[in-house]
Write a protein that binds this ligand. Structure first.
Ligand SMILES: *Cc1c(COP(=O)(O)O)cnc(C)c1O
Length: 458
């Protein structure tokens, strides 16, 4: 297919917003391993999960067989506020690189929360409301997820309690104020409101918190407060499911012009945007219909796929959440303090972990100065100021396009541009001032953290 006359942006109509999510588990021969109860180490069923999650979301979490799940009309109406998201042909980047490669990116930053996270936030808030709940609790690190959930909760008129990692709460007042503007309560974590928060504060006086700790607090509050449930912004099967709107739209747009990508690239923190982007393509691959090279990009300072272990691990520091079998660095792993590029979670989506383990996708790690170089180059030619997380994917897309320049191959590259970086200017400042450094954990550090993996005979 001649790709010289493709529009700069391929837009779909409102009608073409997906009517169903695609559940890639239905086509996986090896299903992701079940969540385990941290107390008994037994697989968790519907009833075990009910105190923590909303009923409908548990059904989605446990459903390994239904390939297509209907998107309720009210959620599609909300999606219309910022979807369909454009699929952009990166003509300017191609030109700047002098590459024969054709580069496309799916841009998910076109909403106030600035990332793809809103795609799942609205779904989780919707099912909480359907169940007659008063509100939801969650954690947030840098703040994108908390912002997305605040927006969704405000739209639906339910309460939203966010536990925000203390260091971000103090250093990122803008995100915090966006959340409060949308009506959420934002508490720095570890707080003194929860048992686990008081315990962590007593054991580590002056601690600035971590995601794993904020998760434990949010779960504790959800399970102890009448009418509340906990919601999570990544990692879980249900979140990947909701994020398939990204991949379904991207595929529909490419299909309009008969374009088949050779390489699909996404950044991977907990794996939700990448899982959502690749799902429909992976489905074709799993069914033997087509083949794609699929690459997850993670930070060298938090290398879950490339250096982690495929094992059952805790999802949180307080060990209150179910255990998940995933590529993990150990729940005690905390990325180096100079790590500015996001994607800091110690584990990875069980679905993607299984696919990676089965050789159906690749993973690479990149260092943050190289990531910010790619971000800067992209911003200057394509105009969008990318989130540091998204820029991991940009780095890899540029690298692949440069390889094509050497070989003369006209590969088609699709990558996920998950969001904008307006709230990450402290990290950009470090880069612009030449003060950004790379940190790669040593094997000894990782071994220390692996030693704390729970012993599970599953
Ligand atoms: C949260 C976030 C990510 C990483 O999360 P995943 O679950 O791996 O998708 C990537 N990009 C942006 C902009 C984010 O906010």
């Amino acid at each position: 297919m001649d790709q010289n006359n493709i529009p700069y942006k391929i837009y779909l109509s409102e009608d073409e917003i997906p009517k169903q999510w695609y559940n890639v588990r239905a086509d996986m021969k090896n299903k992701p391993a079940p969540l385990l109860n941290p107390a008994t180490m037994q697989p968790m069923g519907f009833d075990d999960l009910r105190p923590v999650f909303c009923d409908e979301l548990i059904k989605q979490e446990l459903d390994d067989t239904t390939a297509y799940i209907d998107i309720p009309d009210e959620i599609r109406s909300f999606y219309k506020m910022y979807r369909p998201a454009p699929l952009v042909r990166a003509y300017c980047l191609e030109k700047a690189l002098g590459t024969p490669a054709k580069i496309y990116y799916k841009f998910e930053g076109n909403n106030t929360s600035g990332s793809h996270k809103l795609n799942s936030a609205i779904v989780q808030a919707y099912y909480a409301k359907q169940q007659g709940l008063k509100g939801v609790t969650t954690e947030t690190g840098a703040g994108q997820w908390g912002t997305a959930l605040s927006m969704a909760s405000a739209y639906l008129g339910i309460d939203c309690k966010v536990y925000m990692v203390k260091v971000s709460y103090e250093q990122k007042p803008f995100r915090r104020e966006v959340m409060r503007t949308y009506g959420a309560s934002v508490t720095p974590s570890p707080s003194m409101d929860t048992e686990i928060g008081r315990k962590i504060n007593a054991e580590h006086p002056g601690t600035t918190g971590s995601l794993g700790c904020a998760i434990s607090e949010a779960v504790e509050v959800a399970t102890k407060t009448e009418g509340y449930r906990y919601v999570l912004g990544s990692v879980l099967n249900q979140v990947l499911l909701h994020q398939t709107v990204i991949g379904l739209e991207a595929k529909a747009a490419l299909d309009k012009y008969g374009i088949t990508p050779d390489i699909i690239i996404g950044c991977a923190g907990g794996g939700s945007n990448l899982g959502g982007l690749i799902s429909p393509f992976m489905g074709e691959k799993l069914r033997g219909e087509k083949d794609y090279q699929i690459i997850a990009i993670e930070p060298a300072s938090c290398p879950s796929f490339t250096r982690g272990k495929f094992a059952y691990d805790f999802c949180d520091t307080g060990m209150v959440c179910p255990l998940a079998k995933m590529y993990t660095l150990g729940s005690n792993f905390i990325p180096s303090a100079n790590h500015a590029g996001g994607l800091r979670y110690h584990g990875m989506s069980p679905i993607l972990s299984q696919l990676y383990h089965d050789g159906l996708m690749e993973a690479r790690s990149v260092e943050q100065t190289a990531v910010f170089e790619a971000a800067q180059q992209f911003a200057r030619v394509e105009g969008i100021l990318p989130a540091p997380e998204s820029s991991h994917a940009i780095r890899a897309a540029i690298d692949e396009a440069l390889k094509c320049k050497e070989t003369g191959e006209e590969k088609t590259i699709l990558f996920g541009l998950t969001g904008t970086g307006y709230f990450d200017m402290v990290a950009y400042q470090k880069f612009n001032d030449g003060e950004m450094s790379d940190y790669i954990p040593t094997d000894e550090e990782l071994e220390k953290s692996f030693a704390t993996l729970p012993k599970v005979n599953a």
